[in-house]
Design a protein around this ligand. Sequence first.
Ligand code: ADP
Length: 493
Amino acid sequence: MGIWHERAARADCDGRALINGERVWAAADARFDNLSPVDGRLLGQVARCDGRDVERAVALARAAFEDGRWAGQAPAARKRVLLRLAELMLAHADELALLETLDMGKPIQYSLSVDVALAANCIRWYGEAIDKLYGEVAPAPADSLALVVREPVGVVAAITPWNYPLLMAAWKIGPALAAGNSVILKPSEKAPLSALRLGELAHAAGLPPGVFHVLPGFGPEAGAALALHMDVDSIGFTGSTRVGKQIQQMAGQSNLKRAWTELGGKSANIVCADCPDLDAAVQAAVGSIFFNQGESCNAPSRLFVERAIYAAFMEKALALVPRYAPADPLEESTVMGALVDGQQQQTVLGYIESGQNEGARLLTGGTAARTDSGGCYVAPTIFDQVRPEMRIAREEIFGPVLSVLCFDDVHEAVRQANATSYGLHAAVWTRELGKAVQLARALRAGTVHINQYDSDDITVPFGGYKQSGNGRDKSLHAFDKYTELKTIWMQIA
Ligand code: ADP
């Protein structure tokens, strides 16, 4: 038995909510079972928070905001708390990573090197940023002084998904807390554990009680109560486009809270015949769609390859696939783990079936895997001869399924790449700099990669065009979601 199995056997999977700095069950005492997709084991129970818990948390958050126990602290003081939180996250990296892997099935090596590491870095980065943000002095007439200042928006709700539970929580609470807001985080019911532990660590780092609450529960209950609440000022949401639309409707139906959404994607990866490094392009195409079991909103799920290199590209791609065979997420060598639950596994298998029914050619995979494990695994799957009208070319699958299309004219490939309701990421591979930039400009997506796919960090904004959402996570632009701009105009003559 490996070290992570031993740790898993002893893991503390506390599913109670975190309200006012204390771990509590929901007011109604409703609970639900938390099963691990790794092997189906029962991790424990989770508090099923609802409108009553939301009422309590929002009232506490509002009171904390009004009395200035956090918002009123100097930016440098808030910075110190966030830096301590980042340190605590790293000090508890093994524990957080284990919770992430048990809860949603990703390989332990990535929970450690990607999720925990990037989440801690995100908290540190916003802590570092907050005492370096200046306001503006406007070029007003000489008899006036006009200041433009940023103020925290007040009470922020964050509703997060299950694919990167800790990291998505960090992307929201990092800028929101740094700016001085009170925050209520509702993690996905499918993977709430790391966010709950994050809340505890924030208090251990010195965050005053009342400022940050974590309410696990279901979307239509705790989530909708937050989105409809009259005293929540801003909501940061990451999840499906379907629910993102509901969030915006609920914001409009209630108090017109600012509603920021980071939603689905069907990102196009366009490899031209003059690609500078075919092996790198193949590795990125295959590695990026199978990373995190394909459960990434920015996964390059549509691959366009120019005909002249098509055969060579696909031969290399298929040769890489065995590396991504699903394995035990608690083994350190594993690169592909379990899907988040049986429901997601069925969704993905349903898409695979639709691809076959619509006439795409299944080159590899296409089945459930590790079926004797008790967990939820799908073999890495590649289809080619995909046509743009097929569901596997249009809809977000959120699983390890790559749809490959062959092209002759790159402008036609860009047209097809843009012919989607999504606009999150895109990529183009070509040796010619001018062509690369022209294509990058033509692609309607929040991020366009040139000759790479995954390089990216906290310094650049993340978010989508079209129905991939609005607003941006990461970078200083994220502060726009959690602050208001105030003009202070003074008559001085
Ligand atoms: P996924 O299908 O990837 O789980 P969802 O959009 O369903 O994505 O879920 C993302 C987050 O939105 C989760 O925290 C979920 O609980 C929440 N959610 C789902 N439905 C609603 C809803 N009606 N109102 C508010 N939040 C919701």
